[in-house]
Write a protein that binds this ligand. Structure first.
Ligand SMILES: Cc1ncc(COP(=O)(O)O)c(C=O)c1O
Length: 402
């Protein structure tokens, strides 16, 4: 059975072009870029070329790009660095309850260290309204961090408008653009962003490599100290193949952004149309302003979204529930709950995230199987005394939504 992969918000396939660009840096040009010999120089050259490519794709300057191990590190770094540099001016930070855990957890740490954190409640589409942001930002606010696009419901925000509000109070604006990069046009200069996180494995690059954009003249405070790589800001021997793959994947995604967006929007809208014909299906997130390949739903009475994910898995389809779940607890997605969905419904979520490698036939097959399994699971669930996870596979403890 050929599997259909439709969990691209969790991770994507490395594109053949990115892979081809990376391979020589495993086998031929594997030297340490800090070495002063010729081989080291070649690795260093590749690193700096990658930095220029990333900068060009984002409307930034090369000196504003710092390579990291991924979105989680970039988010942690942005938050701790902004807190460190801003703490003389104030100790107030604004964010939202629907952010990724890679934002919420570092903010929890700062709160333990005496920073005041305001977490705004998103609207029904998972987005913070400019009005509520305006009310929350104060003279002692040093940082506002709001994601560009939400990983669970796919809604994207008007980051430019957020920046204007935040800058009026002289605070910094950081955006977790992990889901948006390579899928939506992102020009950091035009948008006015101060700090931006991205992760290669969400746009057909490799895992374990990301970047943080930091608008100059600010330099981020080092989060990882050691040999002084990345201009002293982020120590550790650079992941040259990873960085090369990131840059190539991003360049490719940005070159083809319009074409891919059109193609994916077509697939996504057909999928949404077909799934909404299944009784009880409800779309979550913004019907219009959402990531091109992202479709997310809730279905009342499944027992748990993981039940549907497991049945679809048995049909050869890889999707996710979009909900943090574990075998031991019936926890719904913190994003859906922040959007004020009742906890029962929030735990009955399904996220289908398509890529440019999916086809219309696959989309129709996915929708057909959803239409087949949803009523069966609902009937099974209503018969059970202890409705929970009852599909063939055991649902093991899972980390929060990727
Ligand atoms: C919105 C968002 N932020 C951050 C991350 C973390 O990125 P990474 O997997 O590169 O650490 C993810 C993905 O899991 C994400 O979806």
């Amino acid at each position: 059975m050929k599997r259909i992969y439709a969990d691209n918000s969790a991770s994507t396939m490395v594109s053949p072009r990115a892979l081809a660009a990376m391979l020589p840096f495993f086998s031929d040009h594997y030297a340490n870029p800090s070495a002063i010999h010729e081989c080291g120089g070649q690795a260093k050259k590749a690193l700096e070329l990658a930095r220029r490519q990333v900068a060009a794709s984002l409307g930034a300057m090369p000196s504003e790009i710092f390579f990291t191990s991924g979105g989680t590190e970039s988010n942690n770094w942005a938050i701790f660095s902004a807190a460190e540099s801003g703490s003389v001016r104030g100790r107030h930070i604004v964010s939202a309850a629907a952010e990724h855990k890679a934002i919420l957890k570092p903010l929890e740490r700062l709160s333990e260290r005496g920073f005041e954190i305001t977490l705004l409640t998103p609207d029904r589409f998972g987005r913070v309204t400019p009005e509520s942001l305006k009310k929350a930002v104060r003279d002692d606010t040093i940082l506002v961090t709001m994601m560009t696009a939400n990983n669970v419901v796919g809604s994207f925000s008007d980051v430019q408008e957020y920046c204007q509000i935040v800058h009026a109070k002289k605070a910094l604006f950081h955006t977790d653009a992990v889901q948006a990069t390579g899928h939506l046009p992102l020009n950091v200069r035009r948008l006015g962003i101060d700090l931006m996180s991205l992760s290669a494995h969400k746009f057909h690059g490799p895992k374990g490599v990301g970047a943080l954009f930091v608008k100059i003249p600010k330099l981020p405070f080092p989060l990882i100290d050691g040999g002084g790589q990345e201009r002293g800001a982020r120590s550790g021997t650079e992941n040259v193949p990873g960085v090369v793959g990131l840059a190539e994947a991003l360049t490719e995604a940005v070159e083809d952004l319009k074409k891919n967006r059109l193609f994916l929007t077509g697939l996504r809208d057909r999928l949404i149309q077909l799934v909404l014909a299944v009784p009880t299906a409800e779309l979550t997130g913004d019907p219009a302003n959402r990531l091109p390949g992202h479709a997310s739903f809730v279905f009342a009475g499944l027992g748990h979204g993981a039940n549907l994910v497991n049945c679809l898995n048995d049909e050869g389809i890889s999707v996710s529930s979009g909900a943090a779940c574990s075998a031991a607890s019936k926890e719904g997605s913190h994003v859906l709950e922040a959007m004020n969905l009742n906890p029962d419904l929030a735990s009955n979520a399904l996220r289908i995230s398509l890529s440019r490698y999916n086809t219309m036939e696959e989309v129709e097959y996915i929708a057909e199987k959803i239409g087949f399994w949803v009523p069966k699971l609902q009937a099974e669930n209503s018969r059970r005394e202890n409705p929970r996870f009852f599909s063939r596979q055991n649902v093991s403890s899972a980390p929060s939504e990727p």
